[in-house]
Design a protein around this ligand. Structure first.
Ligand SMILES: CC(C)(COP(=O)(O)OP(=O)(O)OC[C@H]1O[C@@H](n2cnc3c(N)ncnc32)[C@H](O)[C@@H]1OP(=O)(O)O)[C@@H](O)C(=O)NCCC(=O)NCCS
Length: 173
């Protein structure tokens, strides 16, 4: 299995995997919209298995933390959606995608990555609940434990607190 950057030839397979993983359309649409709107500012990776074609996909989009009074604004990235083809889930593909995505974000100099996801899954990649760090989820009604952050540059994140903002396109689907 290898993780690589998505190419235009992958778009149809990525749409299918995302639709199948979530069992619905919005996340697949979100990936298409993100590509069109954000271009190279997004990170889009695929998992490919010899003989099995594409088996997974992960997206990272620019995000920020809007400062509270007396703190600085920080620009980083948001992880998701991440999708693994149902027939090959729970075989390590999602983990490999998450780890590669975090490495790419770090290589781009992102000091943090936020995620809205299952609290049992993401801590293994270094995510911790964001609220105790003073970083609020922008959406109402989200369980506190589901909004997490991986601090890739601890020093840069030292004085950062406020409300996180995903790209506005997340509110359109
Ligand atoms: C979530 C998902 C990306 C994980 O990928 P995967 O390749 O199946 O996961 P891995 O094999 O890397 O990891 C398996 C581990 O993750 C756990 N896990 C998998 N899906 C999980 C979920 N939805 N919630 C909590 N834990 C989950 C498994 O219990 C397993 O834990 P263990 O190692 O302690 O036994 C994949 O199952 C998927 O596409 N799900 C549907 C879409 C989705 O919910 N995406 C995430 C939200 S953006």
């Amino acid at each position: 299995m290898m993780i690589r950057a998505e190419t235009p030839a992958d778009h149809d397979a990525v749409r299918e995997i995302t639709r199948a993983a979530f069992g619905r359309e919005p996340e697949a649409k979100l990936v298409d919209l993100a590509r069109a709107k954000l271009g190279d500012r997004a990170i889009s990776l695929v998992a490919e298995q010899a003989g099995n074609g594409l088996t997974g996909h992960i997206l990272l989009t620019p995000a920020k933390i809007e400062s509270k009074a007396g703190t600085q604004e920080a620009a980083g990235m948001a992880l998701g959606p991440v999708s693994v083809a149902p027939s090959v889930q729970r075989s390590g593909i999602g983990s490999a995608l998450c780890r590669s995505a975090l490495s790419c974000a770090q290589a781009r100099g992102a000091p943090f990555v936020i995620v809205l996801g299952h609290p049992a899954y993401y801590p293994r990649f270094g995510f911790v609940p964001a609220a105790p760090l003073g970083i609020a989820c922008p959406y109402e009604g989200v369980p506190e434990a589901a909004f997490m952050i991986a601090r890739l540059d601890r020093a840069a994140m030292g004085g950062i607190a406020g409300t996180a903002r995903f790209d506005p396109l997340f509110e359109t689907v």
